[in-house]
Every structure is written in structure tokens, then in C-alpha cells.
Design a protein around this ligand. Structure first.
Ligand SMILES: Cc1cc2nc3c(=O)[nH]c(=O)nc-3n(C[C@H](O)[C@H](O)[C@H](O)COP(=O)(O)OP(=O)(O)OC[C@H]3O[C@@H](n4cnc5c(N)ncnc54)[C@H](O)[C@@H]3O)c2cc1C
Length: 403
């Protein structure tokens, strides 16, 4: 089939990442086409709870620190990003700045929470240790058996579904060419440079720059040599959407505990999430998954029993081998990656859009972009040239030594 179009920037994938990048890049005046195989905003982003929680998510080690840097930077961007997006789309967005409680229900979990408190203290993060009675004063729905709580007042939330609707509207108004029900089969190359994509129906679209933002499906797009791919795997998450028939008031803050979280939307709706399962692309909801979510939440917030179930959803988080995102140029000229956001794609959407915009239009580059992009370099999973041969030689040598 002949070439039917040309884009300065072609974005593959219409989840929160692809849409946010498209909107921001288009506002710099570039010609942007976004290709989405279904309808925009129906992938993993629609399933997400919407926690913007870099402080609660922080983990020990270097990788944890790097993730924290990205998370804090993006979290600080959310208030202005949401306000601008609301204005650009006329879709109402509510950023809930109510903070998060981390809970322990027994002595082991309380010890672990103390360790987590030290870690956050050492990183200069705002976290307050609360006795059970203090936590219950703030959230009376918590069980009397609670052992310990930490409050992270700067971890917030937003409902991703209105955000996705707003991004779609803002993209359309700004002049992004949105092509839904358009599946990309392969990326096309001209030597070491990308030159366009071929769609599943055979149509070809030429492009100077391609952004791969296809979430956990990014690695399935054909046409890239193995050294130019970013490994992305799906991490299954089951999540319940609940409603309190009595209206809002059971909880004000998000509460997190070993095995899950319960997030109030503020209007009587709650999100109870989420399982973390390595099961490939399987999307089946399971009785065991739901049982574990409800059991854990019920131990800490007994009132959960009276909530009505509105929806059980399953999503696939895009995870790289180190679970940090892949943002920026890879091995091929003209190909940029924006995937692998794992548990934090909603949180990291504003920052990802800013970093990609700076790469596509260097006049828009953020002062700390180089450092942040270093953390997310897509090439970090590619062994340096000659490494595979060296490894083979050394294993042959040690095998020889055994004989
Ligand atoms: C249960 C659960 C809870 C979560 N909670 C949170 C949270 O509280 N906070 C947070 O920050 N993050 C959360 N996440 C993570 C977050 O949802 C993801 O990191 C984020 O949605 C990834 O966005 P994305 O745009 O990369 O992927 P997606 O939203 O999946 O978008 C990718 C798009 O690419 C399209 N696509 C795929 N292949 C092709 C192709 N060949 N051609 C064209 N289009 C294609 C898909 O149809 C899809 O629409 C959660 C995830 C899960 C599963």
C-alpha cells in the first residue's frame, strides 16, 4: 500500500503518556499524529487508581532514590499541569491534596514501618509518625487493632479517567491528528534511522520522529533490531471500584497497607487496589485476587464491608527490568521511547511530556533534563558492543577449567 501521510512527530499509543506527550509537543507548534489501535485512554491508564505518591512509593537503594527524584519532580508539576489541562479542555479535574497514611496492623508491619520512617527521614521527606489513637482521630474509620501509622502529607491523587478525557479533548483542540482504531504493526527503517510505520492494514505513514508510547505492548511492535528494543513486560493488576451508598465520609486520606491501598475520590467512590502479578498478557480477573484485596482492606477499614462494588478491572503495568521508565532516544535515530512507567505512569505523565518535548524541540528543554534523562535512558538495557562475545568466551574458559 502506498504512503498515505506524513508527520513531523508520530506517537504510537494513546494512553496517558502518549496523549500527554502529544498535547505538549503540539503546543510547541510541531505537526503531531497519534496512532491508537483502539479508542484513546482505554488501556492501562484507565484502570489506574491515580495515586500521585512518590513519598509512599520510595524504595531502598540507588534505584529507589532515582525513582524518587523523578516522582517528586513530576508530583510538583501536577497542580499547574491539571489547571492548564482543565482550561485547555473544559473538563473538570479534581486534584485531591489530602495526603496518605501508611498503616501497620501487627508488630512485624510496625517494625517495617519504623524502617520506612527512617528511610524517608534520611531523604528529607515530610512524614509524621502517628500513634494508633492519633491516626484514628484523623481517620475514625480505621480499625481499633491498628498498630502504627505514618502520614505522608504531600502524596495526593487524581482520577485518571477525567484526565484522559481532558487530554483527548485538549489534543483535538490543539490540532493533534488523532487516529483511533489504527494499529501499528511495525516501525520502518532507512539504515540506522526510522522513517515511518506500517499499519496492520498495510498503510504506511512517513515520519521524521517516532515516539513509542504503547505501554506494555511497546515491545510487541515489530521492525526493530534486537539491540534497539527496550524490554517491557506486563505486570497484571486487579483493582476494585467501590461506592458508599451513604455518601462520602468513610475516609478522607488514601490509606496504604501491606498488600494494597484504599483511595477515596471524595464523592463516596473508592478505589481498592491492587494486585501485582507476573502473568504475561493474561487479563482474567480472579476470585483469589478480589478476596485478597477485600480481606486486607477489611482488616484495617472494617467499613469497607458496606461499600457496593461498581467495577472490577484488570490492567497491565508496563515494567522494564529495573521497573524504572524508559524515556528518551534509543539506539536508532528518530526513535524515542516513552514507556515502562510501571506503577507510576499517572504520577510521571507531566514530567515525561516535558522531557519528550525538550528532546523533540530543544528550545523547550528543562534545565535539569540531562540528569533526569540519564536516569531513564532507554539504552541502559542494551549490553555494550562486544559484551555478549566476551561473556561467551569467559564462560567457555571457565567450563574448560572444570574439565
Ligand atoms: C491496577 C493498577 C493501578 C495503578 N495505579 C496507579 C496509580 O495509582 N498511580 C500511578 O501513577 N500509576 C498507576 N498505575 C500505573 C499506570 O496505570 C501506568 O503506568 C500507565 O497507565 C501507563 O500509561 P501508558 O500510556 O504507557 O499505557 P496505556 O495506558 O496502556 O496506553 C498504551 C496505549 O497503547 C496502545 N497500543 C498498544 N499497542 C499499539 C499498537 N501496536 N498500535 C497502536 N496503539 C497501540 C494501547 O491500546 C493503549 O491505549 C496503575 C496500574 C495498574 C494496572
Amino acid at each position: 500500500m502506498p504512503e498515505t501521510g506524513h508527520a513531523e512527530v508520530l506517537i504510537v499509543g494513546g494512553g496517558i503518556i502518549g496523549l500527554a506527550v502529544a498535547w505538549r509537543v503540539r503546543r510547541r507548534g510541531m505537526v503531531v499524529t497519534l496512532l491508537e489501535r483502539g479508542a484513546t485512554g482505554q488501556g492501562t491508564s484507565r484502570v489506574a487508581a491515580g495515586m500521585l505518591a512518590p513519598v509512599a512509593e520510595v524504595e531502598f537503594g540507588q534505584a529507589g532514590r532515582r525513582a524518587l527524584e523523578l516522582g517528586l519532580r513530576s508530583s510538583a508539576m501536577w497542580p499547574a499541569f491539571a489547571a492548564e489541562l482543565q482550561e485547555a479542555s473544559d473538563v473538570e479535574l479534581e486534584l485531591r491534596q489530602t495526603g496518605t497514611l501508611l498503616l501497620a496492623r501487627d508488630a512485624d508491619e510496625a517494625r517495617e514501618l519504623e524502617r520506612q520512617l527512617c528511610l524517608r527521614g534520611s531523604l528529607g521527606l515530610r512524614v509524621e509518625r502517628l500513634r494508633p489513637s492519633e491516626a484514628r482521630e484523623r481517620e475514625p474509620a480505621l480499625a481499633p487493632t491498628l498498630r502504627l501509622a505514618l502520614e505522608a502529607p504531600d502524596d495526593h491523587s487524581i482520577d485518571p479517567r477525567p484526565v484522559l478525557a481532558a487530554l483527548r479533548e485538549a489534543c483535538e483542540r490543539a490540532g493533534v491528528k488523532l487516529r483511533e482504531h489504527t494499529a501499528v504493526a511495525r516501525v520502518e527503517l532507512d539504515g540506522d534511522r526510522v522513517c515511518g510505520v506500517a499499519l496492520e492494514d498495510g498503510e504506511r505513514i512517513a515520519a521524521e520522529q517516532i515516539v513509542l508510547a504503547a505501554g506494555p505492548w511497546s515491545e510487541l511492535i515489530a521492525g526493530l533490531p534486537s539491540g534497539a528494543r527496550v524490554p517491557v513486560r506486563p505486570v497484571k493488576g486487579q483493582i476494585l471500584r467501590l461506592r458508599d451508598p451513604a455518601g462520602p465520609g468513610l475516609l478522607r486520606r488514601t490509606v496504604r497497607f501491606e498488600g494494597g491501598y484504599l483511595l477515596p475520590r471524595g464523592d463516596g467512590r473508592y478505589v481498592l487496589g491492587a494486585s501485582m502479578e507476573e502473568r504475561g498478557f493474561e487479563l482474567a480477573p480472579t476470585a483469589g485476587g478480589v478476596h485478597e484485596l477485600l480481606r486486607d482492606a477489611h482488616e484495617l477499614v472494617p467499613g469497607v464491608r458496606d461499600l457496593q462494588i461498581e467495577e472490577l478491572a484488570v490492567g497491565l503495568r508496563p515494567g522494564t527490568p529495573d521497573n524504572a521508565p524508559a524515556i528518551g532516544h534509543g539506539a536508532l535515530d528518530g526513535l524515542l521511547w516513552a514507556t515502562g512507567h510501571h506503577r507510576n505512569g499517572i504520577l510521571l505523565a507531566p514530567l515525561t511530556a516535558e522531557l519528550l518535548t525538550g528532546l523533540l524541540d530543544p528550545s523547550a528543554v528543562a534545565p535539569d533534563a540531562q540528569e533526569l534523562l540519564g536516569t531513564c535512558a532507554p539504552g541502559r538495557f542494551t549490553p555494550p558492543p562486544g559484551a555478549a562475545e566476551a561473556a561467551e568466551e569467559s564462560s567457555l574458559a571457565s567450563a574448560g577449567g572444570l574439565l
